[in-house]
Ligand binder design. Structure first.
Ligand SMILES: Nc1nc2c(c(=O)[nH]1)N[C@H]1C(S)=C(S)[C@@H](COP(=O)(O)O)O[C@H]1N2
Ligand SMILES: [Mo]
Length: 244
């Protein structure tokens, strides 16, 4: 447990918690429409943005919007069996192929170096959201603190009620993979898996486990909740790896 004490001493990088007013005003001006579907209200991007998104290219030349996806304004609540949203009840176990097992409280998580990043997310049900702003701790940071063994090749995110999602270790260690606790400057809303979830923006969104309880490093791959129910083991949106 001396690892935990060590984490508390780290300085918390200051992050902006102001809502993005400019973006909000831009959306209002471009006339985003609210549509009710399945009891949930969410915003659909105006047609002009969809066309612009389809033409936009990433630095590597691929399209910013993956094939078969359409742009919406905000994360659509996709459900799932809710865990305990309270920060006081939060425990994050970092275990498996590690030299030092960790168990972090929410305060421990906040005491680690914080990353703020703006990225796109892509759900296999074909919606994408551009420029969502997340705050959290890099998985690579936790991996380093736990001392991941060279035998580890895969990561399994563990969440409330047995939900799991597997990601290849080399991909999980990308700087964009976070244990996130804020979205667009606010603590995660009830639907988005508070108090913290994983965020793997380059894979379909089911790999981003809400109400996270553990990060397990493994030598062998272990297909997770959706991967054992017909979904693709890898889930690259640009390759349309939807079904296994
Ligand atoms: N614990 C947990 N995490 C989960 C899920 C779930 O059912 N339980 N669903 C996944 C799926 S299929 C998607 S698309 C995203 C949806 O996240 P959102 O509801 O915040 O949009 O969460 C993922 N993480
Ligand atoms: Mo999903």
């Amino acid at each position: 447990m001396n690892n935990q004490q060590e984490t508390v001493r780290l300085t918390l990088r200051s992050v902006s918690q102001l809502p993005d007013r400019r973006q909000f005003l831009h959306w209002a001006a471009t006339g985003a429409i609210m549509i009710a579907l399945g009891g949930c209200a969410y915003e659909v991007a105006p047609e002009v943005d969809q066309r612009r998104a389809e033409n936009e290219k990433l630095p590597d030349g691929t399209t910013r919007l993956p094939p078969g996806q359409h742009l919406i304004r905000a994360l659509k609540p996709m459900g799932g069996e809710e865990g305990d949203p309270s920060p006081s009840g939060f425990r994050l176990k970092v275990h498996g192929e590690v030299k030092t097992e960790l168990e972090l409280t929410f305060a421990d998580l906040l005491a680690l170096p914080q990353t703020e990043q703006t990225c796109d997310v892509h759900c296999v049900t074909k919606w994408s959201v551009f420029d969502s702003r997340w705050t959290g701790v890099r998985l690579a940071e936790l991996a380093e603190r736990a001392g991941v063994k060279s035998t580890a090749k895969h990561v399994v995110f563990e969440a409330a009620h047995g939900y799991t999602a597997n990601v290849r270790l080399e991909e999980a260690l990308r700087p964009t993979v976070l244990i996130a606790h804020r979205l667009n400057g606010e603590p995660l809303a009830p639907a988005n898996g508070p108090p913290a979830r994983s965020l793997v923006p380059h894979l379909y969104f089911w790999k981003s486990a809400k109400w996270i309880t553990g990060i397990r490093f493994q030598a062998a791959d272990e297909p997770g909740y959706w991967e054992t129910r017909g979904y693709h083991n890898h889930a690259d949106p640009w390759k349309e790896e939807r079904y296994g």
